[in-house]
Design a protein around this ligand. Structure first.
Ligand code: DOR
Ligand code: ZN
Length: 332
């Protein structure tokens, strides 16, 4: 059995900077034709000059690979002039509630005080990408944030809003209620629940924000992905941290999946007899939603087993040591 994917895209990716960037960016560029690059560096990517610098850093890290970085700015109180100048260089603006996750301390304290920025984004047709979690009880954060999505979607009906890395049944249902709401889904949230993180011995390499939820939540995400729901795209949230920051007290949030994404998804979609829908989930939906045309790249996967390496440099990937039933066998 095999499947060929045209120009796979990862619509939510962390590649960091410096030596980590040079380790992880080539791994994504090997299998993907492009990715949406998250701006949560320290300090964040929150002005044009830094955006242009970071774009060049990412391009230089991937070298000659066919790979388009779709850049994002870190949401703050921008002026119209700033956003007009930045628009040609970005895909969207990523909003983090302050303190919601890794390197988000500079995020938004009061979303309701940012109305003028949302209005400018709507007028300029710049998509809003959102880390949708409140500061409530950890299992309820995403569900509570649905109220914010409803407010934004109705107040700014022409603003395209992406609910990043959704993890709950409620979020899947919300998508169908508002025309201007879209979502990314990670690969790990299609296959794990909270039980895999803390139900037995704790697994720090599966700890991320938002935390994996209940079986019925995972099932709702999986059904939507397998059905190639037209408003859902793969956004891996692959988020590398050195092993020293994961296997320690105060474990950093983030699951590193970049090098195993396509084999994992091919195996999963094949198991459910849905291989013919994988192209929509990993590329076509995103191209339509964001109106992008990525570089041409054809990635072929076959049911040839792949054992996941224990480490990529200092980073432990999800399911290290496990064998997946599928692997990438050709890239053109
Ligand atoms: O688990 C996560 N890690 N969730 C995020 O939203 C950010 C990410 C990171 O940057 O490490
Ligand atoms: Zn992320």
């Amino acid at each position: 059995m095999n499947v060929s994917l045209t120009s796979p895209l990862d619509m939510h990716l962390h590649v960091r900077q410096d030596s980590m960037l040079r380790v992880v960016a080539p791994l994504s560029a090997e299998h993907f034709a492009g990715a949406v690059i998250m701006p949560n560096l320290l300090p964040p990517v929150d002005h044009l000059e830094r955006l242009l610098w970071y774009t060049e850093e990412v391009r230089s890290a991937v070298g000659t690979a066919t790979f388009e970085p779709y850049m994002t700015l870190f949401f703050r109180d921008y002026t119209e002039q700033e956003l007009e100048a930045a628009k040609p260089h970005l895909l969207g603006i990523k909003l983090y509630p302050a303190g919601a996750t890794t390197n988000s301390e500079a995020g938004v304290q009061h979303i309701s005080a940012m109305d003028h920025v949302f209005r400018i984004m709507q007028d300029l047709d710049i998509p809003l990408l959102v880390h949708g979690e409140t500061h409530g009880f950890v299992m309820d954060r995403e569900r509570e944030f649905c109220e914010v999505y409803k407010h934004l979607a109705t107040t700014y009906p022409r603003l395209r809003i992406t609910m990043e890395h959704i993890t709950t049944q409620d979020s899947v249902q919300l998508l169908d209620r508002f025309e201007n709401l879209f979502a990314t889904v990670t690969a790990h949230h299609l296959v794990i629940t909270l039980d895999d993180v803390v139900g037995g011995l704790m697994n720090p390499h599966l700890f991320c924000k938002p935390i994996a939820k209940r079986p019925e939540d995972r099932d709702a995400l999986l059904q939507a992905a397998l059905a190639a729901h037209p408003k859902i795209m793969l956004g891996s949230d692959s988020a590398p941290h050195p092993v020293s920051s994961k296997e320690c007290p105060g474990c950093a949030a983030g699951v590193f999946t970049a090098p195993i994404l396509l084999p994992l998804l091919a195996e999963l979609f094949a198991q459910h007899g849905a291989l013919d829908r994988l192209q929509d989930f990993v590329s076509s939906n995103a191209q339509r939603i964001y109106r992008v045309t990525p570089p041409h790249k054809v990635v072929t996967l076959q049911d040839v087993p792949m054992t996941i390496p224990p480490m990529y440099d200092t980073v432990v990937p999800m399911w290290a040591g496990r064998t997946l039933g599928w692997s990438v066998t050709a890239v053109h």
